[in-house]
Design a binder for this molecule. Structure first.
Ligand SMILES: *Cc1c(COP(=O)(O)O)cnc(C)c1O
Length: 338
C-alpha cells in the first residue's frame, strides 16, 4: 500500500502521534463483555475511551496537535493561544491539553451545546465564547480570531495531526486483539473513524471497519453519497457529539473515510436510547449517546457478528443526567409500542 493514503495521512504519523501523546492521553482498557458476547454469540470487546481524563477519545488528537505545534513553532508563536469550535468533547480536550502544555485556550460553542459541557470547559481554565446557533457559526468566529488575534486553530477532525492522534486508539486495539474481525465506531466529522481505518487498512486489512451515523442531520452520510462535502441541517439528538457538519472545505476526512470504511449504518434515536440503557444496566457504564451508537447499530440492523471478534469503541461519557433520563423515557416508550 502506498504511504501516501487518501486524505494525505501516513501510518508513520500515527506512530509519531503515539510517541508524542504518551503521558498526555491515556492508553485505555479494552474490556471483554461477557453479557454482550453471550447475547450475540460473538466475542465483544469494549474500548473504554470514556475513561480518558476528559471523558472522550478527543484528547488523543488534541494533545497530538498542540504538542506537535509546540515542537514545530516554539512557545512564542503559541503565546496568543489555541482556539477551537466544538460540540463539547473536542473543546474540553483542547482546554485540557493546552493547560497541560501551558498555553491559553479559547473555545467557541454554539447554543446547541449542553450546559454541563460548557461548565466542564470553563472549569479547565479556557475562555468560552458562546456564538451562534450552529457549529458553522462557531467555526466562523474561530476564523475571525485566527485572522485578528493570531490564535492558532485546532480543528476538531479535519487535520492530519488530529486524525493521527485518534488513530493511536487502533494501534492499541491491534496490540491486544491482533485477530480482530470488526471494529465499530461512531462517525461524525470522521477523525475517529478515519484514524482507526487508516491503521486497520495497513496493519490489519481483514478487520472490517464499521461506521455509525445518526439517521438525521448526518453530514458525512450525505457527503459520501454526494461525493463532495454537503451541508445538512443540525438536528438535536441523544448523541449530540455526532452533530455538526464536516466543513464545506473538507480536505482530509471525507476522502479518508470513503477509502477506509467498509460498512456504514444510520441509527434512529430509539435504538440509541436502548443501547444507552443496556450499557448502563448490563455493563454498569454511563455513556453518552455517541458512545452507544455501535451497539445500537448491531441491534437495530441485526449486523451479523456471530462467531466474530468485535471491538466497540465507547467513545465518551459526557452526558447530562437529563439527557440520560430522556433516553430512559424513549426506551420505555419504544417497549410499550412493540
Ligand atoms: C467527536 C466524537 C465522535 C465522532 O468523532 P468524529 O471524529 O467527529 O467522527 C464520537 N463520539 C464522541 C463521544 C465524540 O466526542
Amino acid at each position: 500500500m502506498s504511504p501516501e493514503f487518501p486524505g494525505g495521512i501516513s501510518l508513520a504519523e500515527v506512530w509519531q502521534a503515539r510517541h508524542r501523546i504518551q503521558g498526555r492521553a491515556d492508553r485505555t482498557p479494552l474490556r471483554y463483555s461477557p453479557s454482550l458476547s453471550r447475547r450475540f454469540g460473538a466475542r465483544v470487546w469494549l474500548k473504554l475511551e470514556n475513561m480518558q481524563p476528559t471523558g472522550a477519545f478527543k484528547l488523543r488528537g488534541a494533545s497530538n496537535m498542540i504538542a506537535a505545534l509546540l515542537e514545530q513553532y516554539g512557545p512564542d508563536r503559541l503565546k496568543p493561544g489555541v482556539i477551537t469550535a466544538s460540540t463539547g468533547n473536542h473543546g474540553r480536550a483542547v482546554a485540557w491539553a493546552a493547560r497541560e502544555l501551558g498555553i491559553p485556550a479559547t473555545v467557541c460553542l454554539s447554543s446547541l451545546v449542553p450546559a454541563n459541557k460548557v461548565a466542564a470547559i470553563e472549569a479547565l481554565g479556557a475562555e468560552v465564547c458562546r456564538c451562534g446557533n450552529s457549529q458553522d457559526d462557531a467555526f466562523a468566529v474561530v476564523d475571525e480570531r485566527v485572522a485578528s488575534r493570531g490564535q492558532v486553530a485546532i480543528p476538531p477532525f479535519d487535520h492530519p495531526l488530529i486524525v493521527a492522534g485518534q488513530g493511536t486508539l487502533a494501534l492499541e486495539l491491534l496490540e491486544e486483539r491482533p485477530q480482530l474481525d470488526m471494529v465499530v465506531a461512531g462517525l461524525s466529522g470522521g477523525g475517529l473513524l478515519g484514524g482507526i481505518g487508516l491503521v486497520m487498512k495497513q496493519l490489519s486489512p481483514r478487520t472490517e471497519v464499521v461506521g455509525v451515523s445518526l439517521s438525521q442531520g448526518a453530514a458525512m452520510w450525505h457527503s459520501l453519497q454526494a461525493g463532495k462535502p454537503v451541508q445538512v441541517e443540525e438536528v438535536p439528538s441523544l448523541a449530540d457529539s455526532l452533530g455538526g457538519g464536516i466543513g464545506l472545505d473538507n480536505r482530509h476526512t471525507l476522502a479518508l473515510v470513503r477509502a477506509v470504511m467498509d460498512s456504514h449504518y444510520q441509527v434512529p434515536e430509539t435504538a440509541i436510547a436502548r443501547a444507552m440503557v443496556t450499557l448502563l444496566e448490563q455493563e454498569k457504564m454511563l455513556l453518552e449517546g455517541a458512545a452507544a451508537v455501535g451497539l445500537a447499530a448491531i441491534e437495530h440492523h441485526r449486523i451479523p457478528i456471530e462467531g466474530k471478534e468485535v471491538a466497540l469503541v465507547l467513545s465518551g461519557n459526557n452526558v447530562a443526567l437529563e439527557t440520560f433520563e430522556r433516553a430512559r423515557e424513549l426506551e420505555r416508550q419504544s417497549h410499550a409500542n412493540l
